[in-house]
Write a protein that binds this ligand. Structure first.
Ligand code: UD1
Length: 418
């Protein structure tokens, strides 16, 4: 029942270190099941989703332990179970990767239907079609998905949508299939590439990750290895936006600046000053900011996972901004909470119109999902007076030490544990 309490209107300045990418971590940890050797995964963020997955692997009988808070050692040779219990996986979208990983390696798996943030219907039909094309039979009963195959054979798979989850899941299963699998209209997000790099390091043969056509040649046996996860694009973007909303001067370090291009372009258009180095971006907002229009898209477009944070920023910028959400059909549920802080927004279907120039005022609000929680923190940093955010468990799913990191930049922010 933790709460985050912010006394707003403190300008942020200094440097902030970005952790490893959540969405890469939650794919790469299950992907380790594909190999029979010992995997050491470094630069993991210390977040709830990673802890849940580590527990999930342990519950399957795997030898899985943290060597330090950011390094997990997984020995999937000792796996005993093929069934993931509902309790362990129900809060996580990424539990679906266990299906692909176990199906690939053992030709059978049983996992709960995925949970995670609710942005309207989030089907996994594309994952299932992919597995079926490879010869698996998938059934659903009592909230569980069962997958079984006598043999998994490579197939040519076209994704109706460039789904991140389906691309990664099919890739993980296909490394243990016989023959060649192609994924057409594949997602190109950085964590797709990171997962492919991880699997290739274990002996897989994946070509084309980062383009819309991925080709996987199945291999007989994969070994262990050591791998370092890429920096988190969305955590980095969240703090870049936090700097902008407080008129701050923050160096966001340990990132891949190229991954931030779509956000950097929008912040520059708003009047922020950006300086980019090899592994950092400095975000300054010395002048008043003005509104911009944003359309969320698959990578390299503007990420849907930064849409809520951007809404908070745009509500303080001058003029009217329009956001069009093209990835999810219902990702504006958080607006009710943002409005409590004074944001002026009207939503019509996938379009949100933000009347900028609002003076935000602190209030009691509730995080409704992970990135919505981040948006409330950003709005709270700019708001007059005290903002109290409950349901912090959502924020803890994806941000390591958010209050410590922002506190070090000069925010008046603390966690209350009740
Ligand atoms: C992943 C990310 C999430 C991010 C999203 C989009 C993880 C764990 N989560 O979610 O943070 O917001 O990518 O970048 O990496 N779809 C279908 N059928 C499917 C699969 C997806 O219709 O089988 C639709 C979804 O409903 C959505 C769109 O495709 O409208 C994109 O979803 P997808 O890229 O799969 O997102 P997730 O993997 O759920």
């Amino acid at each position: 029942m933790d709460r985050i309490v912010i006394n707003g209107q403190k300008r942020l300045s200094g440097a902030i270190h970005i952790n490893g990418a959540k969405n890469a971590a939650v794919a790469i940890i299950p992907a380790a099941i594909a190999a029979e050797g010992v995997c050491v995964i470094e630069n993991l963020p210390r977040i709830e989703d990673v802890a849940i997955l580590a527990n999930a692997l342990q519950s399957l009988g795997m030898d899985c332990k943290f060597l330090d808070p950011h390094t997990l050692q997984i020995d999937a040779s000792s796996i005993k179970e093929r069934k993931m219990t509902y309790d362990l996986a129900r809060n996580m979208r990424a539990s679906y990767y266990l299906l692909g990983a176990m199906l690939g390696r053992f030709k059978e798996a049983e996992v709960p239907l995925p949970g995670g943030c609710n942005f309207g219907a989030r089907p996994i039909d594309l994952h299932i079609k992919g597995f079926e094309a490879m010869g698996a039979k998938i059934t659903q009963e009592h909230g569980m998905l069962y997958a079984k195959a006598d043999r998994l054979a490579g197939a040519n798979i076209y994704l109706d949508m460039a789904s991140v989850g389906a691309t990664i899941n099919i890739m993980i299963a296909a490394v243990n299939a016989e023959g060649v699998t192609t994924i057409d209209n594949a997602a190109k997000e950085p964590h797709v590439v990171d997962t492919a790099n991880f699997l290739n390091m274990l002996g897989a043969n994946i070509k084309g990750a980062g383009t819309d056509m991925i080709r996987i040649t199945g291999c007989q046996r994969m070994h262990g290895g050591e791998y370092q996860i890429i920096p988190d694009q969305i955590e980095a973007g969240t703090y870049m936006i936090a700097s902008a909303i407080t008129g701050g001067d923050v160096v966001v370090e340990n990132i891949i600046p190229k991954h931030m291009d779509s956000l950097s372009a929008k912040l520059s258009e708003m009047n922020c000053k950006l300086e980019e180095g090899g592994d950092y971006i400095r975000v300054m907002a010395p002048e008043p900011l003005h509104g911009v229009n944003i359309k969320t898209m698959v990578y390299p477009g503007f990420p849907t996972d930064l849409q809520p944070q951007m809404t908070a920023l745009l509500s303080t910028a001058k003029g009217t901004s329009v956001i069009t959400e093209t990835v999810f059909d219902n990702r504006y549920q958080y607006m009710t909470e943002l409005k409590r802080l004074g944001c002026e927004v009207t939503v019509e279907g996938r379009v949100a119109v933000i009347e900028g120039g609002s003076t935000l005022t602190g209030a009691e609000v509730r995080a409704t999902d992970l990135r919505a929680g981040a948006a409330l923190i950003i709005a709270g940093l700019a708001a007059e007076g005290r903002t109290v955010i409950s349901n912090v468990k959502y924020i803890d799913r994806g941000y390591e030490g958010v209050e410590t990191k922002l506190g070090a930049l000069g925010a008046d922010i603390r966690r209350e544990t009740r």
